[in-house]
Design a protein around this ligand. Sequence first.
Ligand code: G4P
Length: 292
Amino acid sequence: MSKDLHIHWYPGHIAKAERQLKEKLNLVDVVIEVRDARIPLSSSYTNIKKLLGEKPRLLLLNKADLVDKDLLKSWVKYLKETTSCPVIVTDAKGAKDLALVVKSAVDLAEPKIQALMAKGLLRRPARAMVVGMPNVGKSSVINKLTKSSKTKIGAKAGVTRQQQWVRINPKLELLDTPGIIPTKQDDQLQAVKLAFVSSVSENAYSPEPVAQALLDLLSNNPQYLAHVQEYYKVEELTLDSIAKSRNWVLKADSLDTERTAKYVLKDFRDGRLGKFILDEMPLVEDNETSAD
Ligand code: G4P
């Protein structure tokens, strides 16, 4: 495999995933989009509205336990302003339930339910689905939302048999499988960030350049740099210096940079290096195009 810093996409997979996502979208009143709080912009498409259509959308910044809380607050404000969507911070691995997510989804769908009632139909529960790129925590969010209610209410007309709805409460039903937003970013830096958080398959890149790109990015922020220097007990954030400090050598005294790269990525992913947000918040005048 090439050692270039390049993420490989599979256009056929992307087209298929987009098609499947659009089919599911037709079934719901409201979309719950999960993003990775460590990359609040890179874990979504730049033209996400085009992909998801005009459905009301609730944004979750998940894996909030892995990022700095104060910094995340400013991202919530920024995303609320630029997307006009409600934004909720979640930790789908933590103990807290996601009651606020349920309430917000119900509120977002209410105009549609009211419109149906105005046409003479009986009130029905709102229908929602969870969407997001791979590994952002979609299944964990669904599990958490459905934990207190295991009422499977089965297939509906026009829905394939595998797609089950779960009644969360009398006002909300949720598709029990998520919609997958295929990982694709035109910008290579954003693509590499998706590799940092395991949103792209390990087959799509080489670990060494990706881990070094992570170290370079962290080195640009004095606070992040200090955390990582302290963690690895190195001055310079390079795979070589970390391999040396850990004494990870191969035969003939060459450094085992592949092993080091895999460790660096794992340490970051597990939150051992620190609580970082790796996207830059765009300047205010760029907001409209950048967040959504
Ligand atoms: P997906 O459906 O979007 O692909 O993601 P999924 O829920 O499978 O979650 C992917 C990984 O992220 C899982 O870890 C899951 O536990 C973890 N995860 C989900 N939400 C959070 C969160 O809010 N905080 C943290 N820290 N992790 C979260 P895994 O390593 O695949 O499995 P495991 O750790 O559960 O064993």
